[in-house]
Design a protein around this ligand. Structure first.
Ligand SMILES: Nc1ncnc2c1ncn2[C@@H]1O[C@H](COP(=O)(O)OP(=O)(O)OP(=O)(O)O)[C@@H](O)[C@H]1O
Ligand SMILES: [Mg+2]
Length: 264
C-alpha cells in the first residue's frame, strides 16, 4: 500500500452488544480514500455513517477488519494528531472563550502565542465570528457554536478532516457559504475530507465521490462519482451537470431509478 491512500478500510465491521441481541452497525466495509479526495457518506439514519467516522477517528474500535490512515493505525494517527474533527454536537469546552476553543489544537501542536493569535483571528473571520471571539459557548446560538467547532477543526490545517453533519444546525444561507468555504479550503490545502451528511445536494456539491450506505446491517451499497468538471462555485449549483449528479445519488440511495409517473 502507498501513503497516497489517506484512509483504507478492508472488511471493516462493528458490532454493538445490546440487551436484545447484537446490533451490526457496520459490515464488510471496503473503502479507499485517496489523499486530497473529498468523500461524503450518505444514507438513512442508523446505517453506520457516524460509526464509520468514529472508527476512523479512533473514538471507537472495529470488531473486525483492517483500517489504516496513510499507512498508520487509527490509534497512531490520533496520537500524532493527524486530523481535525467537527461533529454534529459542537463539543466546545464551556470554560474556554471562542478564541481559546479555536486555539486548542494549536496549543496541542505547540504553536507560539503570537502565531496562535494570528491564526485564530484569521479563522474567526472565515466563519464570521470576529465579533464573538471573547464570548463563551453558552452565549452563542447553536449555529454559531457549530462554526466555532468548524474553525477549530481547520485550525492546524490538518491533512485529514473528519466531519459528521457539521452544517446540520445552520440556516441555508450560512450553510451554502460554509460549503463554498470548505470546498475552497479543501482545494487549497489539498486536505482529505470524510464528510457525513443527510443532504444529497450538499454531498454532490462538495464531493469527488459519494459513498451510499444502507442499514441493517450497515454497509456500502454504491459509490457515485461526483467530481465536477469545473470550479465549486455558485454557478455549479445551478448547472445541468450538478442536477444530473444529484439525480444519480438520489437513485443510488433509493436503490433503483425513480419510476416516472407514466411508467407505473
Ligand atoms: N454506542 C452504541 N451502542 C449500541 N449501539 C450503537 C452505538 N452507537 C451506534 N449504535 C447503533 O449502530 C447503528 C449505526 O449507528 P450510527 O450512529 O453509526 O448511524 P448513523 O448512520 O450515523 O445515523 P444518523 O444518520 O441518525 O446519525 C444504529 O443501529 C445504532 O443504534
Ligand atoms: Mg450519525
Amino acid at each position: 500500500m502507498t501513503t497516497d491512500t489517506a484512509v483504507r478500510a478492508r472488511g471493516l465491521g462493528k458490532v454493538f452488544p445490546s440487551a436484545g441481541g447484537e446490533v451490526i452497525a457496520l459490515t464488510d466495509v471496503d473503502l479507499d480514500i485517496a489523499a486530497g479526495e473529498f468523500v461524503s457518506l450518505i444514507g438513512p439514519s442508523g446505517c453506520g455513517k457516524s460509526t464509520l467516522l468514529r472508527l476512523i477517528a479512533d473514538l471507537d474500535t472495529a470488531t473486525s477488519g483492517e483500517l489504516t490512515l496513510a499507512g498508520k493505525t487509527a490509534r497512531q494517527a490520533r496520537l500524532d494528531q493527524d486530523y481535525g474533527i467537527a461533529f454534529q454536537q459542537a463539543g466546545l469546552l464551556p470554560w474556554r472563550t471562542v478564541a481559546a476553543n479555536i486555539a486548542l489544537p494549536l496549543e496541542l501542536h505547540r504553536w507560539t502565542r503570537a502565531r496562535r493569535e494570528a491564526r485564530v483571528a484569521e479563522l474567526a473571520e472565515l466563519v464570521g465570528l470576529t465579533d464573538f471571539v471573547g464570548r463563551y459557548p453558552d452565549q452563542l446560538s447553536g449555529g454559531m457554536q457549530q462554526r466555532v467547532a468548524i474553525a477549530r477543526a481547520l485550525a492546524a490545517s490538518p491533512k485529514l478532516l473528519l466531519m459528521d453533519e457539521p452544517f446540520g444546525a445552520l440556516d441555508e444561507m450560512t450553510r451554502e457559504r460554509l460549503q463554498s468555504e470548505l470546498a475552497r479550503i479543501a482545494a487549497e490545502t489539498g486536505a482529505t475530507v470524510v464528510f457525513v451528511t443527510h443532504s444529497i445536494p450538499e454531498a454532490v456539491f462538495l464531493s469527488d465521490r459519494v459513498v451510499v450506505m444502507s442499514p441493517r446491517p450497515g454497509r456500502i451499497t454504491d459509490v457515485v462519482d461526483t467530481r465536477p468538471g469545473r470550479a465549486r462555485d455558485d454557478l455549479l449549483r445551478e448547472s445541468p451537470e450538478y442536477f444530473a449528479r444529484v439525480t444519480a445519488v438520489r437513485e443510488a440511495l433509493h436503490g433503483s431509478p425513480v419510476q416516472r409517473a407514466n411508467e407505473r
